[in-house]
Design a protein around this ligand. Structure first.
Ligand code: GLY
Ligand code: MN
Ligand code: MN
Length: 438
């Protein structure tokens, strides 16, 4: 079931009412001198167009129903293409990407006013697109100047995010298929990584194995800076140096997921012993994180909220930490005061889609967003025991035997009618699977 961008454009055009939207592509990012980073398209632009070139601009014009989708793209130019590769040009934009009309980018300034003339409002994300924003604001200012005489002109500037991100939050069946594949490839890489780990192997070698699998399976590579963190490195939440030798007796935390050619992402974390055997303390904390994760996963179902998922994980963790003597006091009080945050300092998950930390509101005003079929989120509780954060007053000092243990278990979950599907189940997590049979 291929991804089709046209129905999304129809939905977006309908949601716009009488407003005209200007949605720019991402720009190429400079690495150094005249060298650029690999191009990453803007996810809103990609969602609506599937067009993978930098600098383009898409117009959505419900007030021009005969040609509501207009693309401005880089013109074909053999001299540039010989360096940077083939461009689609205006003909390709129409023939391959369904634009009703297409123009070279250098005509944007000249043509934008006539295309936006007659729209009731302009829909554009300010603060993100420095090349398009001055054109758009000048055009709007001109319309406002003329409005008293003409009696027409856009009177509001709207953000596209509430409309567009509400669409992106609810995945279509074809998107769920892609997320299943991203999860599957990501899970395979975790299985390969665990099989190669021994004391003395470097974090970088494990990372290379994972990246090799992602590329061999046809994905673009890492969906985000992966974390391959032995021992205490796992207590640095965004550890990305990934270059230390793995030590006998430590755990290894791997947070890695692939990004497919069309940007759908996996995001998986697994933690296991480098030498194939948990110590008593490691096993106790692993069992606790797994219990929290399973309890939180069970909360992923239509009608519940991401907040319930998080609160469930926190409660299980806090109860377990009290049993292990790492916290003391009433569970309700500890949860309310956040007295666990020196051991668990992040949220339990996020939306997942074209972006790893995907768009979509978590709250609307006072109300947490209710989970609905088609929403996809991660469930990723953890525990990180180190000296870095102060122990809250009244809580027990941490014995050295617990320190340097960082554990997270992260799965990707799709909300389905009547339940949920763990997309990443092929990455094992049972304690017995995390140990190596000697
Ligand atoms: N590594 C990014 C995340 O798990 O959210
Ligand atoms: Mn992750
Ligand atoms: Mn995540």
């Amino acid at each position: 079931m291929p991804i089709s961008h046209a129905p999304r454009r129809q939905q977006f055009l309908q949601a716009l009412g009488g407003a005209a939207a200007v949605i720019p592509a991402a720009l190429a990012q400079r690495h150094h001198a005249d060298v650029e980073f690999p191009f990453r398209q803007d996810s809103d632009f990609w969602y609506l167009t599937g067009f993978d070139e930098p600098g383009a601009v898409a117009l959505f014009l419900p007030h021009r129903p005969e040609n509501p989708f207009v693309l401005f793209v880089a013109a074909k130019d053999p001299l540039v293409e010989v360096w940077d590769g083939c461009r689609w040009g205006t003909e390709g934009a129409v023939a391959e990407f369904g634009a009703d009309l297409a123009h070279p980018l250098d005509q944007l300034e000249e043509l934008l006013p006539q295309y936006l003339q007659g729209a009731e409002a302009l829909c554009f994300r300010v603060g993100r697109h420095p090349q398009v924003e001055p054109l758009l604001l000048k055009l709007w200012a001109d319309q406002l100047d003329r409005a008293p005489r003409r009696g027409s002109g856009a009177d509001r500037l709207l953000a596209p995010c509430p409309l567009l991100h509400a669409l992106r939050l609810r995945k279509e069946p074809a998107e769920l298929e892609r997320l299943r594949l991203a999860a599957q490839i990501s899970a395979e890489a975790h299985e390969l990584a665990r099989a190669m780990v021994r004391p003395g192997v470097n974090e970088a070698e494990v990372r290379a194995k994972i990246k090799g699998h992602f590329l061999a399976r046809g994905s673009r590579g890492f969906a985000y800076p992966s974390i391959v963190a032995g021992g205490d490195n796992a207590c640095i939440l965004h550890y990305t140096a990934n270059n230390a030798p793995l030590r006998d007796g430590d755990l290894l935390l791997i947070d890695a997921g692939c990004s497919l050619s069309d940007h759908y992402n996996g995001d998986i974390t697994r933690t296991f012993p480098v030498n194939g055997r948990f110590s008593g303390e490691q096993r106790a904390l692993y069992d606790l994180v797994l219990a929290a994760q399973l309890a939180a996963l069970a909360q992923v179902q239509p009608g519940h909220t991401a907040e319930q998922v998080h609160d469930t994980a926190v409660r299980v963790l806090v109860e377990g930490l009290c049993s292990l003597g790492l916290l003391q006091g009433s569970v309700d009080g500890l949860v309310e005061q956040g007295a666990y945050r020196h051991l668990y300092m992040h949220r339990t998950g996020h939306w997942l889609g074209l972006d790893v930390h995907d768009v979509g509101a978590y709250r609307l005003g006072e109300h947490p967003v209710t989970l609905e079929p088609g929403m996809v989120l991660t469930v990723e509780p953890g525990l990180y025991v180190s000296d870095r954060l102060p122990v809250p007053e009244g809580q027990p000092a941490i014995d050295d035997r617990w320190k340097g243990i960082g554990i997270r278990i992260e799965d990707d979950v799709a909300v389905l009618p009547g339940g949920a599907e763990v997309l990443t189940a092929a990455a094992l997590k049972a304690p017995s699977a995390m140990e190596r049979q000697l």
